[in-house]
Design a protein around this ligand. Structure first.
Ligand code: MG
Length: 381
């Protein structure tokens, strides 16, 4: 098992995106940028490793404001990719036996397991890179687009990142290399005569170069699901209706609130908002706003579901628990599930509704009010 405290990470994000036409690292996939996904994958694999993000010199100020609060060291890039890597390395000053993991900021879909595997291999062998096998037949072309040769693909592989090295191996290679140009650090280390160990990685770990590269990444490759949690409480009071999951229940007492006080839908709405990073129900529907007086809370949930959809997410499942001494939920359960399923756009089988008393304890036990707890899973649209 490796230890992480002697591992550092350099993410290179200083390129000009010339083939993409705009800043490809700022393109979003499911609400996060390409670069955020890349950094997150490294962090999931190596949560304790110091991380340097190398950006174009004119972006250092903006990038520092964005990333330094997240514990990332922002470093100005150099003229060539290899200079940028060197700047990131120098900023982290790794000890000679530390492992340095170098990753392209334009590769958002690297699985954390691949990151851990290549770091471990570098720890064992001194130098390692991720590769993907080549399944297509490979042709060499002349400048006019004519095939001049079919290249035997035996033993060929595509070089991916991360690549990882003991710091001493990189230092020696830089000394030996002089000012030659390298497209990746594995080439540099090979040229210096050291052996580089290949670790087979996920072939879908693509480098975003042209716009269509993003298309394959909008599915489940990045983050397949999100989970949100919501809690709400309302007091019982006279002269009020009791509305739960959008269904009015016969009851001598109702719930007090600015809207219809549907405690169940409020908890579910907060769970949806929480899962999609959308704030909370009070931000969207402040109780000081007259528009929401006695409003049907289904509107709030519909708004949250629409916001989630804008951000690339749809409800996949909901589980709701009500805490109350009264009334009995059983007789109304099916109607409540049907209503909630309808609001979430889910089959009823994907909506759970449970109720429990508090055995006479606390505010619920004293029949002063009720509480709702909801968990909602969102999946990619
Ligand atoms: Mg509420």
């Amino acid at each position: 098992m490796s230890t992480e405290h002697d591992t550092v990470v350099v993410v290179v994000a200083a390129g000009a995106s010339t083939r993409f036409g705009s800043d490809k690292l700022a393109e979003t996939i499911g609400g996060a940028t390409v670069l955020e996904h890349a950094v997150a994958a490294l962090r999931r694999a190596l949560p304790l490793a110091p991380l340097a993000l190398v950006v174009a010199p004119d972006r250092v100020g903006d990038a520092a404001a964005e990333w330094e609060p997240r514990g990332v060291t922002v470093v100005a890039g150099g003229r060539r990719r290899q200079d940028s890597v060197r700047n990131g390395f120098d900023a982290l000053r790794p000890a000679d036996d530390a492992v340095v993991v170098i990753h392209d900021g334009a590769r958002p879909a690297v699985p954390p397991g691949d990151v851990a595997a290549v770091a471990e291999s570098a720890r064992d062998h001194g130098a390692a890179l991720l590769v993907a096998p080549i399944s297509d037949t490979v042709k060499r072309l002349d400048g006019g687009g004519r095939v001049t040769e079919t290249v035997p693909r035996d033993g060929l592989a595509r070089a991916l990142t991360p690549q990882a090295f003991r710091a001493a191996v990189l230092r020696r290679a830089w000394e030996a290399a002089g000012d030659d140009v390298w497209t990746d650090e594995a080439s540099l280390v090979e040229a210096a005569g050291a052996s580089v160990h290949a670790v087979e990685g996920d072939p879908r770990n693509v480098k975003v170069t042209v716009r269509r590269d993003l298309e394959g990444l909008t599915g489940d490759r990045v983050v397949p699901v999100r989970v949100g949690h919501g809690v709400d409480v309302h007091a019982f009071g006279p002269g009020r209706r009791l509305v739960l999951c959008g269904v009015e229940l016969p009851s001598p007492v109702g719930l007090v609130g600015h809207s219809d006080a549907d405690v169940a839908l409020h908890a579910v709405t907060d769970a949806v908002l929480g899962a999609c990073g959308g704030g909370d129900i009070g931000v969207h529907f402040p109780p000081t706003d007259e528009r929401w007086r006695d409003a049907a809370s289904g509107r709030f949930l519909a708004h949250a579901v629409a916001l989630a959809a804008e951000r690339g997410w749809r409800p996949a499942q909901c589980d709701l628990t009500l805490l109350a001494e009264q009334p009995r939920i059983g007789p109304h359960r099916e109607r409540m599930i049907a209503s909630l399923a309808g609001l979430l756009g889910l089959p009823e089988a994907d909506v759970g509704l449970k109720a429990t008393t508090c055995e006479g304890m606390g505010f619920v036990g004293r029949k002063e009010g009720m509480m709702a707890l909801a968990v909602v899973t969102l999946a990619r649209v």
